[in-house]
Design a binder for this molecule. Sequence first.
Ligand SMILES: CC(C)(COP(=O)(O)OP(=O)(O)OC[C@H]1O[C@@H](n2cnc3c(N)ncnc32)[C@H](O)[C@@H]1OP(=O)(O)O)[C@@H](O)C(=O)NCCC(=O)NCCS
Length: 168
Amino acid sequence: MYRPNLTDLPAIRLPEGYSCRTFQPGDEAAWESIIFQSFQWKSDFRKQMEEDEYYNLGKIFFICYGDTPIATASAWHRPAWGRHVGYLHMVGIIPDHGGKGLGLQVSLAALHHMANSGKEASILETDDFRIPAIKTYLRLGYKPLLIHENQAERWKDLITANDLRIND
Ligand SMILES: CC(C)(COP(=O)(O)OP(=O)(O)OC[C@H]1O[C@@H](n2cnc3c(N)ncnc32)[C@H](O)[C@@H]1OP(=O)(O)O)[C@@H](O)C(=O)NCCC(=O)NCCS
């Protein structure tokens, strides 16, 4: 999915008790726990993030409940998409805190970072079955980007089955 600009990002809005911050040394286990609980797979922060050539602590965002990180998203980069395109990466939330749109807010933190570091657009990769994520991304202004011939049909099915609305 592709957001063609980063010019009109709304401000981050969080319910009471929640705050937003970047990753700090020592947050590795908290990040792995969010990814484990949201994606249902065990992830190694070092392999997944730290060993990536675009790794930078300041690009990894958390929403915390009190002091506890409960959602994450990262403002990453994948050179294949171009120098001025930010890559939204590893968006997840602990299910206990789901249903409040916090996935959107933590993604927004990553998008603001992209905008502030000179990116002009944003891209992400997802899966057909990730309906809450796809709804979140559409609400954030991302649109489908077709990179394989079978995707037009798959998007048509997704839109119909979930009554999705694509932004103009
Ligand atoms: C993506 C994610 C962070 C969103 O969490 P969240 O902000 O709590 O999202 P919400 O529960 O508020 O749901 C977002 C939207 O999806 C809808 N939704 C939630 N569960 C749904 C379901 N099972 N079927 C259809 N729609 C659903 C919600 O109603 C909401 O729609 P709305 O904005 O029109 O009201 C979270 O679902 C998650 O961690 N998923 C697992 C990891 C993942 O898939 N990450 C993205 C990888 S690309």
